[in-house]
Write a protein that binds this ligand. Structure first.
Ligand code: UDP
Length: 403
């Protein structure tokens, strides 16, 4: 069970006192989060911890997941790719499927909470049911360069919300409504991030037939082309020419991502001639991910686009040296050569990984700096405070709250 006081040793008592005060003042207000998957991906990861902690603080918060068939999730995956700037043909029929599915969900879902907190584009059309309650649209993806036709379509809905929340300054859009910058977070006490006994890490390594005999380079991600798994293999192959190492590419799927299995098969076939490449299709198991991150020598996040990249904060919190692409929300988490290494290409990433494997002291220092940066900026407690302030601000638009 989540208890707010358990966070005191990590973030200090004043932070928790603030949260309790802010939560108290929301007594009697009902908040409903809505997204499109209960399992897999960063949004579900956050809501799994955010929602119980809000409740623990006495806020009446709940979480609902919209329904959708295969065709709907094909369309929303297209949306996801197009929002990330990948040229994607979205047909009239696609938009029709999206609208129709939204209507079905709207009929089935109660939307009369004081604050409706809608995550990402999938449930965005629920705004059609807005009455005199408050609605927030929380965008978790990198929308710095969205495909024009899709953005114009979504904008019609976004403009009717009371506020839009983005993860990084570069994602801000021209909108007539309030825009707020709130970065995501990780929970230091979840199974994904808490300290693990060494035996438990060893157990997981045995379970996946991994050994620590060779330095372990790891990327944990859904099998999604935007996470560039093929690029990760290329990086490893360049490094391997100089340093005997192994690669772990591990991830599961998300129920709202239909492309996962196809990408997994593609990556697996690329790796089949090298027994030091381990492509793991994981069940949803936070301890396994935690253990793999902790057992790694270097962690990579070679995404081509990234809303935020929780996996980066997860690795940094474990004081791991991280090599990650300079895209989306990643540079918020990594200051180059201070709390990790940023890269722009396969060659650049390989150079960075080699450097870290050759200089364990430097790698250690980057990891330690990264952990402190995450402690100060990307833990659930800071995120909660930002949300609580946002909730208050919806009722006091005259008192502008700078988050
Ligand atoms: N994750 C997981 N299982 C997997 C792959 C990823 O639990 O097989 C988690 C990962 O640890 C992180 C989240 O899912 O907490 C992914 O969030 P991120 O922001 O990195 O990427 P997204 O999947 O949302 O694009």
């Amino acid at each position: 069970m989540i208890r707010t006081e358990d966070y005191i040793p990590i973030v200090g008592e004043p932070v928790i006192t603030d949260l309790r005060l802010l939560a108290q003042k929301l007594k009697g207000r009902k908040i409903v989060h809505v997204n499109s998957t209960a399992i897999g991906g960063g949004v579900a990861e956050i809501l799994n911890r955010m929602n119980p902690l809000l409740k623990e603080l006495g806020v009446e918060s709940s979480w609902q997941v919209i329904k959708g068939g295969e065709r709907f999730f094909e369309v929303t995956k297209k949306f996801h790719n197009a929002l990330h700037g990948k040229k994607t043909e979205i047909t009239k029929d696609d938009f029709g499927v999206f609208i129709e599915n939204g209507q079905k969900n709207a009929e089935e879902m109660a939307t009369d909470a004081d604050i409706m907190f809608i995550h990402d584009p999938q449930p965005i059309t629920l705004i059609n049911k807005k009455k005199d309650n408050r609605w927030i649209w929380r965008c978790h993806v990198d929308v710095s360069r969205p495909q024009d036709d899709l953005w114009r379509f979504l904008e019609e809905y976004i403009q009717r919300y009371d506020a839009a929340v983005f993860s990084a300054p570069s994602f801000a859009q021209k909108l007539a409504i309030r825009q707020i910058l709130i970065a995501p977070s990780i929970d230091p006490l979840s199974d994904k991030n808490r300290e693990l006994p060494e035996e438990q890490i060893e157990d997981v390594l045995r379970q996946y037939q991994l050994s620590r005999a060779k330095p372990m380079i790891t990327q944990i991600s859904r099998f999604d082309r935007l996470k560039d798994p093929v690029g990760v293999i290329k990086v490893y192959q360049l490094v391997k020419k100089y340093i005997d190492c192994q690669l772990v590419l591990a991830g599961g799927g998300a129920t709202d991502d239909p492309e996962g299995l196809e990408v997994f098969e593609e990556v697996k076939s690329l790796a089949k001639n090298d027994s030091d490449i381990h492509i793991l299709l994981l069940p949803q198991n936070d301890i396994v991910i935690n253990a793999l991150q902790r057992a790694s020598t270097v962690i990579m996040q070679k995404s081509l686009k990234e809303g935020f990249g929780l996996t980066v904060s997860e690795a940094l919190w474990k004081a791991k040296p991280v090599v990650a692409s300079n895209v989306g929300g990643i540079p918020l988490q990594i200051t180059h050569k201070y709390s990790g290494l940023l890269c722009h290409s396969v060659e650049g990433a390989a150079f960075a990984v080699k450097q870290l494997l050759h200089s364990p002291q430097y790698a250690k220092k980057l990891g330690e700096n990264g952990r402190e940066h995450v402690r100060n900026n990307f833990l659930l407690t800071r995120h909660l405070k930002d949300y609580l302030l946002l909730f208050h601000s919806l009722y006091h638009p005259e008192d502008i709250v700078y988050l």
